[in-house]
Design a binder for this molecule. Structure first.
Ligand SMILES: [Zn+2]
Length: 109
């Protein structure tokens, strides 16, 4: 069975709205990971190119649907601030930028 038979405990309208918005944002951003071209939206994540995503998230306290709406507005008005990364590339980028921040450009043994 498809997900239509899923639990009634979650608000289906909310979730459907969120999914639709998420797919819309992903399509706006090109529909694939900018690093490796991975195109399964279930593992694609919206990444703030200049790394301001987490800071912004803390400042606004916005999550989920509201945050996606912010991103959608931003993408529509100032294209280029966000990019799509798959979960793998996003994780790798996070490691890379962490290493830059703490001054570890290579691991010493
Ligand atoms: Zn990727």
């Amino acid at each position: 069975m498809g997900y239509k038979g899923a639990s009634d405990k979650t608000c289906r309208a909310c979730r459907d709205g969120y999914l639709r918005l998420r797919i819309r944002v992903i399509n706006l951003l090109g529909g694939r990971c900018v690093r490796c071209g991975f195109s399964d939206w279930r593992a694609l994540q919206v990444d703030h190119i200049h790394g301001g995503g987490n800071k912004q998230l803390k400042e606004t306290g916005r999550y989920g649907y509201q945050r996606l709406m912010d991103i959608l507005v931003s993408v529509a008005s100032e294209f280029g601030e966000y990019q799509l990364l798959c979960a793998n590339c996003n994780q790798i980028k996070r490691w890379d930028s962490d290493n830059e921040r703490i001054g570890v450009s290579h691991v010493s043994h």
